[in-house]
Design a protein around this ligand. Structure first.
Ligand code: AHR
Length: 620
């Protein structure tokens, strides 16, 4: 018997897929933002990362000079109320070396400085005596100067901090450079909040353009942020609290994210998350802390301040520019409200002691003030109804077996349709054996799952892969969709699967059926997509095969019309071996390969390669 995919493309058949279905989830994990998407080059710019108990720890800053020429120490003497640690430099040499003494910062595993590009350096300083400093980017290996600027001020006072700014243009390139602040003049200098940013960032908003472009390629309908566990913290003390992440960057306290174990200056804060969503045309989905971390919880009886914090956060995003929190947003350069319509009450906290009580306190307060906001519960309603009100419920799945990921496509088949809708905000195949750092097999199993989500998109209205980013120097979590270091980036096969599903939002889901095929390894969907360029529709058929054998398949189209356009294409994501991966050495090993569709008929015989995702785009 011949394996067949029947597709009913008759006019008026099918149903719309929500235009929110596929989006992205950005978490501050794996140095995704700090040392990644956020283009800041300086690591620990305010010397706060050591914490107040370990004042002298200025890591990763290093001292330029010898013990006899320079003394460097931290003090609680900053002009910034919420980040009091500042650096004092005592220049001891009468005749200092010509390259100067001072401090140097290696950034996040080296700074990427590119010839011809401009960099803005801002710092806060006070001194005894006139200031004469050299700000330079230097090659780590041999100290070669890549860019340099001299900053002088004879009117500096010891009691008054001054903001200084200079722009450097690189005359040579290196992706392993440092930022040095040095002087040859004896005296005392205090420094704080030293920032170095490329002048050109995405829309001038501080994001690394190459990484944003990769996000944009996925055409994400929404952006969930900023976590994940990052929002919860291992302890509440170290959880992400939005109020600490807004306002002028130099005044933000920063915090140690104790789940993913690194310091962040919170330069990519709540405002920047909202800005990023707007910049990429995605609906922001803000996840806030609900008074619960991985190890401690706030009792529901005293949750009110957290509830107020969430309400204030919504006002920050949506309030008028004259409102208390809206005015802070306006002062940051965004007088118009952000389009915040979704909030997540915590992350993966449903089983915790106080979740239900806390959730209801948040739900009732938000519903009262913002009746249009879609409130997302952490509790799973895929098998049984929720015992509390919610607009959406958050569903996470991280199987270890590709077969399990693939079969998860059916998870929502029997879910009652009268409760809240599903938001699959985190999904991925994980595990060293099959998923490694991002295998083809893992990605194809996810494609099978996504076909299941399309099929159930009358109930599942949003879905995002997790995590989105990994800085190759800090792999806290494998696999991830986009791998980068300071000068390059590539998509894992899971990224390319999402890319191949990017036209599903708002498309028409058609009835289709696979017959005489092993449904444990093959899944298919058919959708009608709109091409805004010529206002036409085209048929997109996706077939995922996690099996080790090729599948001979007949595609039988009903109601599509007898003529199939010659511009129709076939796009295949596959490789020699199921466990093949992309890498910096071979970043395009597994990427979608497009070719002209040869058989242009309503009854097409096609071959689906082993472990592959194949997409047919059929034009009329
Ligand atoms: O995506 C990585 C982590 O997985 C998220 O922080 C958390 O929500 C989940 O456990």
């Amino acid at each position: 018997q011949i394996s067949t995919l029947f597709v009913n493309a008759s006019h008026g058949s099918g149903r719309p897929i929500p235009n929110t279905l596929f989006g992205i989830f950005f978490e501050e994990i794996n140095h995704a933002g700090t040392g990644g998407l956020w283009a800041e080059l300086v690591n620990n710019r305010g010397f706060e990362a050591g914490g107040r108990q370990f004042l002298s720890n200025i890591d990763p800053w290093t001292i330029v000079g010898t013990e006899s020429s320079v003394l460097v120490q931290t003090e609680l003497s900053s002009c910034f109320e919420h980040n009091k640690v500042a650096l004092r430099i005592d220049v001891l040499c009468d005749k200092c070396p010509s390259h100067g003494v001072g401090i140097s910062n290696p950034g996040f595993w080296g700074m990427n400085i590119v010839k011809g590009k401009k960099y803005k350096v801002v710092f806060f300083v006070r001194s005894i005596g006139a200031l004469d400093m050299t700000i330079s980017f230097r090659k780590a290996q041999d100290g070669e100067i890549l860019a340099s600027s001299n900053v002088k001020d004879s009117a500096l006072e010891v009691s008054n901090w001054k903001r200084m700014e200079t722009t450097l243009e690189a005359t040579a390139s290196s992706f392993n450079s440092n930022l040095a602040l040095t002087t040859t003049q004896k005296g005392k200098i205090w420094l704080d909040q030293i920032s170095a940013m490329p002048v050109n960032t995405f829309k001038g908003h501080g994001f690394r353009s190459d990484l944003v472009e990769m996000m944009l390629q996925l055409k994400p309908a929404f952006l969930r942020f900023p976590g994940g566990c990052f929002v919860e913290g291992k302890t509440l003390r170290n959880a992400f609290r939005w109020k600490d992440s807004v306002g002028p960057w130099e005044q933000r306290p920063g915090h140690f994210g104790d789940v993913w174990n690194y310091w962040t200056d919170d330069a990519l804060g709540y405002f920047e998350g909202l800005q990023l969503a707007e910049d990429i045309g995605a609906a922001p989905v803000w996840v806030f802390n609900n008074g619960i971390s991985h190890t401690d919880e706030i009792d529901t009886r005293v949750i009110a301040p957290f509830v107020q914090e969430a309400l204030d956060g919504i006002e920050f995003a949506r309030g008028k520019a004259t409102s208390t929190w809206g005015s802070l947003r306006a002062s940051m350069g965004h007088p118009e409200p952000f389009n915040l319509k979704y909030v997540g009450v915590g992350n993966e906290d449903c089983g915790k002691l106080n979740y239900h009580g806390n959730y209801l306190a948040f739900y009732n307060a938000i519903r009262r003030v913002y009746p249009d906001i879609q409130i997302i519960s952490n509790c799973d309603a895929s098998l049984k109804p929720l015992d509390h009100p919610a607009d959406l419920y958050d569903y996470h799945t991280y199987p270890f077996e590709a077969q399990r990921m693939f079969s998860n496509a059916r998870v929502f088949d029997k879910t009652p349709r009268n409760g809240p809708k599903a938001f699959v905000s985190e999904y991925a195949l994980i595990g060293e054996k099959q998923a490694k750092q991002g295998t083809l097999l893992g990605a194809v199993s996810e494609a099978g799952f996504l076909i299941g989500l399309e099929t159930n998109s009358d109930h599942v209205v949003m879905a995002s892969y997790a995590p989105l980013f990994v800085n190759a120097h800090d792999r806290m979590w494998n696999p991830d969709a986009i791998v980068f270091d300071n000068n390059q980036a590539y998509g894992t096969p899971s990224y390319w699967v999402q890319y191949m599903f990017r036209e599903s939002n708002g498309a028409i889901f058609l009835n289709s059926q696979l017959r005489n095929t092993d449904l444990n390894s093959v899944a298919a969907s058919a959708i009608l997509c709109h091409n805004p360029q010529n206002n036409s529709t085209y048929l997109k058929i996706k077939i995922a095969n996690i099996g080790n054998n090729k599948v001979k398949l007949k595609i039988s189209l009903d109601g599509f019309g007898s003529k199939i356009g010659t511009a129709s294409t076939k796009t295949v994501l596959t490789s020699k071996n199921a466990l093949d991966e992309n890498s910096f050495l071979d970043p395009k090993k597994i990427t979608p390969q497009q070719s002209q569709l040869k058989s242009l008929s309503n009854e097409m015989n096609v071959i689906i390669p082993p472990v592959s995702l194949t997409v047919f785009d059929m034009l009329r």
